[in-house]
Write a protein that binds this ligand. Structure first.
Ligand SMILES: Nc1ncnc2c1ncn2[C@@H]1O[C@H](COP(=O)(O)OP(=O)(O)OP(=O)(O)O)[C@@H](O)[C@H]1O
Ligand SMILES: [Mg+2]
Length: 477
């Protein structure tokens, strides 16, 4: 399958940040210059309006009394002071006076003129003008009505240059954009650096996972970084350690299983070869040999059955046929079942069983637990020994124990007693037909029934295995 296009997280993060920072800085620069220009325009409108209104009150009487010279002088002086071109228009919209003396008698097609003619006392506008009219570039036009004693006489217009201000604003805008651009670049560099630092542990983790994928379970991720990434590495390492143990257990299990299966087969081969190469073998010896082969087949089948059962439990394919079970009578049956085996070595099973204790479980599996533990107690005790089987209840739990005064188990061996194929004394255990699978199966079954198993043992003195299971309900004895 084709590998999908791979983009490292740090590149994705950098691109995302670059887009966010650029957009927000661009937006910020524009908004800021808009605010500044809005403020400056308003200031300008206020100033121009005040000046024009004040001048209009001076100019109105001069215009009314047609003192042209005085009017011309006042307007020329004021033009210089206000830094703009002053025009006086009559109520027909014709220019009666121009401080630049260029447009006398003409009409001005400006919206402010129209507003003032319609009687609005003041008007203001900023726009790019017709070069033929007032020169190129942006201008501000501020107008005020000239009011005489007999009504409106005309209007006074101040046309001033706005190019300087607009150019400054543009400069501010481009400077801001430049500053923001530099800051954005620095921010992106910082993001690249940080994302590299942040994602480095992820890269190491990916490497470790890849090594594990190739079968190297010893690969660990360096625990670096903060927060989730650190926790991820720690959790991964925990998981890797467990998997490594599992892998080791699995290898040990496979090699143990092969070894255990090889031993009876080797014995059978020797026995059968003997029979093949000694055709004149006496009948009793042949029968003995065949019995030997038969025993090895039993052993093989015992191992294979145990292995199958464990494998099924491992892959959760063992389902329990759960029902209400009278554990007390089940245990009595188990004792009865084991009695013939005990009597072959003059052993006794003593049982003290509280009657009527119910559990929820699979009767066949519970029987397997009981017989396995009693079998062990008999197997690892001396001839003529007595094994104690007890069943009591404490609170909502059932305590089933099997006690023997047999060989006992050392503390070191107790740690491994539930491991598959683990036998304290391999030779002796093999003589008694032990495979070392019994207790592994028992422990798994007990846990599948929601219980636990404990061991109290002293080497040379004996052992007590106790199974604790949740009670279904309590019946009064
Ligand atoms: N009651 C006991 N007293 C002393 N040692 C015991 C006792 N029960 C178990 N062991 C030791 O633990 C080992 C593992 O027991 P387990 O029941 O798993 O295997 P096994 O009895 O050898 O074989 P299997 O039960 O499969 O026939 C035994 O080989 C034995 O050495
Ligand atoms: Mg056993």
């Amino acid at each position: 399958m084709a590998e999908r296009f791979y983009v490292p997280v740090r590149v994705q993060l950098s691109v995302a940040f670059l887009v966010i920072i650029t957009l927000s800085f661009f937006f910020a620069a524009n908004t800021l210059t808009d605010y500044v220009s809005d403020y400056l325009f308003k200031q300008r409108i206020r100033q121009d309006s005040i000046s024009v209104e004040r001048l209009a009150s001076t100019v109105a009487p001069l215009f009314a009394s047609a003192q042209e010279e005085q009017l011309s002088k006042t307007l020329s002086e004021s033009s210089g002071e206000l830094g703009g071109r002053l025009l006086v228009l009559d109520m027909d919209g014709k220019i009666q006076f121009d401080a630049y003396s260029a447009m006398m008698g003409q009409r001005l097609p400006l919206p402010e003129v129209a507003s003032l003619l319609s009687g609005v006392p003041q008007a203001f506008g900023i726009y790019r003008t017709d070069p033929a009219l007032l020169g190129s570039g942006h201008v501000a036009c501020c107008g005020s009505l000239l009011v005489g004693s007999r009504g409106n006489l005309g209007m006074l217009l101040l046309i001033s240059d706005m190019d300087g201000m607009i150019r400054s604003l543009e400069n501010v805008r481009s400077e801001l954009l430049l500053i923001f651009g530099v800051v954005a670049l620095l921010a992106v560099l910082a993001v690249v650096l940080f994302s590299h630092i942040l994602t480095r542990p992820l890269t190491s983790l990916t490497e470790a996972i890849r090594s594990m994928g190739r079968g190297d379970f010893s690969a660990r991720a360096p625990v670096r970084g903060l927060g989730e990434i650190r926790r991820l590495a720690e959790n991964y390492n925990d998981m890797a350690e467990k998997l490594e143990h599992l892998d080791q257990d699995r290898s040990a299990f496979v090699s143990n299983a092969s070894h255990e299966l090889k031993t009876p087969m080797a014995s059978m081969k020797v026995l059968i070869e003997n029979m093949i190469y000694q055709p004149d073998m006496p009948e009793e010896i042949r029968t003995d040999f065949l019995q030997g082969v038969n025993e090895q087949i039993d052993r093989l089948s015992h191992i294979v059955t145990g292995l199958l059962e464990l494998t099924r439990m491992d892959s959760h394919r063992t389902s329990l046929n759960m029902c209400d079970v009278d554990f007390s009578s089940l245990l009595s049956d188990a004792v009865r079942l084991m009695e013939p085996a005990a009597s072959t070595r003059s052993q006794h099973i003593e049982s003290v069983i509280t009657p009527g204790l119910q559990v929820s479980g699979d009767p066949d599996r519970l029987m397997e637990i009981a017989t396995n533990l009693i079998d062990n107690a008999l197997k690892y005790s001396w001839d003529g020994a007595t094994v104690q089987v007890r069943l009591t209840q404490k609170q909502k739990k059932l305590y089933f124990s099997v006690e023997d005064n047999g060989v006992g188990i050392s503390p070191d061996d107790q740690k491994h007693i539930y491991d598959r194929f683990y036998r304290v004394d391999k030779a002796r255990s093999r003589d008694t037909g032990g495979t070392g699978l019994g207790l592994s199966i028992v422990r798994q079954l007990v846990s599948m029934h929601g219980g636990e198993i404990t061991l109290d043992s002293t080497l040379g003195k004996g052992s007590v295995f106790t199974v604790i299971l949740p009670l279904k309900n309590r019946k009064e004895a």
